[in-house]
Design a protein around this ligand. Structure first.
Ligand SMILES: [Zn+2]
Length: 91
């Protein structure tokens, strides 16, 4: 067990850089009070990148079902101009 820890050591740095603050479980499954609401764009903003893209599941840690719901909410929010479309230049 200590052996595998040692061999992982040098790849740790890169991992923590790529997967920052990734929750271990889907936060919507964990917290039943969390609701995916397309009107709540301050909340949805946590799930998009700076350039407006939806954050990939490996970063958000969401399960497939909630990630899909989230994507739908974000797309709906974009449609009514609460969120930027991906690729849109923000300046
Ligand atoms: Zn979930």
């Amino acid at each position: 067990m200590e052996d595998s820890n040692n061999s992982n050591r040098h790849s740790d740095r890169r991992q923590s850089y790529r997967y920052f603050s990734r929750p271990r479980e889907c936060q919507f499954c964990t917290d039943k009070n969390l609701k995916i609401d397309y009107k709540d764009y301050n909340f949805l903003k946590r799930f998009i990148l700076d350039d407006g893209k939806i954050r990939p599941r490996r970063q958000t840690g969401n399960c497939a079902r909630h990630q899909r719901e989230l994507a739908r909410a974000i797309k709906r929010a974009r449609h009514i101009a609460l969120l930027p479309f991906s690729g849109e230049v923000l300046r």
